[in-house]
Ligand binder design. Structure first.
Ligand code: MTE
Ligand code: MO
Length: 420
């Protein structure tokens, strides 16, 4: 028997004793793995679950789609796409100011009518000297689970804005994409100009994105060109981009405001399970895996807690007094194992946040989705609730510090577990 298995067995006995002695509310969780797991160190039950985990980067065909429109623009036939500028050959971007009397003054707006709109070739020319790429998880503010993690490549939006030579009265950037020329279908978003011109807190820039995981952006992902806002929920990352309006209006006018959403909310940290056995035998260790979105405040821990059904602590809706135990956050993938259809499974050169050899500079990497695992000790027969939560780098436990649903999912997940 390996030392880890021995350790496990011992703790199982101890934990069971603790559980029986402490009564039904006693927490019985135990994490047995060192923070950094090496092959051979992992209990076989857990090793199997870990080997079945999804790759860190999402294969292009597995990204989930959140697109509005009747019809959704990416479903248009090829001739129509060509006609309306949804191909790389015909794409055009207008950058103008609005018609307000205190309108932003631009010396060189980019307009279709006078032939100054930006085309795809022009964008790639700017990319030759200004392209950036960074890893990011795309998450819808209104849907619980992330849509996909990838390396998004593009030109910083400010490069385009500076080329219009704005002079004064510029406080906000509005932007929208192709919407079947139907005003009611317009899906728009906005940012304060400051966020576009400067990157706070070491964030990557807001980009006009034309590649995902090294390949030109597909129509479904918003190609030819979409905006990608690194720290934001998906609704800020407008697809099929066609117009940028520079304005002196100071307030947001995002389409998502209409859904009662908090449109100034950056990504939150939170955890969920991926594999939990539905039913397990009594006194058998229980392998569990999951993921965590690493929000703006980072991730210091993922914790798990298993509780007999209906034995949750009273008057403690966030279970802060429960006996949470640390799960193991998995190490970054080895070079060659990043997935996501990246050539050779490697991180491309010059990706922000990564060393030249492809190792991430920090871990768990902010604005991405990482994986975790835990081996729960065996339990007596009964029905249980398994929960997981994140603790961010400031020590704040999920769902705090921002528990409200309309600023993005943060609720603590609960999963049913039957021990027979
Ligand atoms: N033009 C346009 N952009 C859009 C949308 C849309 O419906 N139309 N949906 C937004 C929303 S709500 C989300 S969550 C993301 C989803 O990106 P994805 O479809 O690439 O996963 O795109 C955003 N960009
Ligand atoms: Mo969304």
């Amino acid at each position: 028997m390996s030392p880890v298995d021995q350790f496990l067995l011992e703790h199982q006995r101890l934990t069971r004793r603790f559980f029986l002695g402490a009564g039904a509310t006693g927490a019985v969780l135990l994490s047995v793995l060192p923070r950094s797991m090496r092959a051979g160190d992992v209990a076989p039950e857990l090793a199997e679950s870990i080997s079945k985990l999804e790759s860190f980067m999402t294969p292009l065909a597995e990204f989930r789609d959140v697109s509005r429109g009747k019809p959704v623009p990416h479903s248009l036939p090829e001739e129509k796409k060509t006609e309306v500028g949804l191909t790389r050959e015909t794409w055009k971007l207008e950058v103008v100011s609005d018609a307000d009397k205190n309108a932003t003054r631009l010396k060189k707006p980019m307009k279709k009518e006078d032939g100054t709109a930006l085309d795809f070739k022009g964008l790639l020319q700017i990319a030759e000297t200004h392209a950036v790429k960074f890893a990011k998880v795309m998450t819808c503010l209104n849907i619980g689970c992330p849509l996909g993690t990838g390396i998004w490549e593009g030109v910083p939006l400010r490069e385009i804005i500076w080329r219009t030579q704005p002079v004064e009265n510029l406080r906000r950037v509005f932007y929208y994409g192709y919407h079947n020329d139907e005003p009611s279908q317009m899906f728009r978003s906005s940012l304060p100009i400051g966020r576009v011109l400067e990157d706070p807190y070491d964030l990557p820039p807001v980009i006009l994105c034309y590649k995902l995981n090294g390949q030109f952006l597909s129509p479904e992902r918003g190609g030819p060109v979409r905006v990608v806002v690194p720290e934001a929920y998906g609704f800020k990352s407008i697809k099929w981009l066609s117009h940028i309006v520079l304005t002196n209006f100071a307030a947001a006018n995002d389409t998502y405001i209409d859904g009662n959403n908090d449109v100034d909310s950056p990504l939150k940290s939170w955890a969920a399970t991926l594999s939990v056995p539905k039913e397990v035998a009594a006194n058998q260790p229980i392998p569990v895996t999951g993921y965590a979105q690493v929000g703006i405040s980072g991730l210091s821990k993922v914790q798990v807690w298993i509780c007999p059904k209906d034995k949750e602590p009273e008057n403690d809706p966030n279970f802060t007094t429960a006996n949470w135990t640390d799960a193991t956050i998995l190490d970054p993938p080895k070079s060659g194992a990043w997935g996501g259809d990246l050539p050779d499974g490697r991180i491309p050169a010059n990706t922000q946040g990564f060393e030249p050899d492809g190792r991430p500079k920090t871990w768990p990497m902010r604005l991405s989705k990482v994986h975790w695992a835990a081996l729960l000790p065996g339990l007596p027969a009964g029905e249980y609730r398994l929960r997981s939560r994140t603790i961010d780098e400031k020590g704040q436990a999920q769902p705090m510090p921002r528990p409200f649903k309309k600023s993005g999912h943060a609720a603590i997940e609960q999963v049913r577990l039957i021990v027979k």
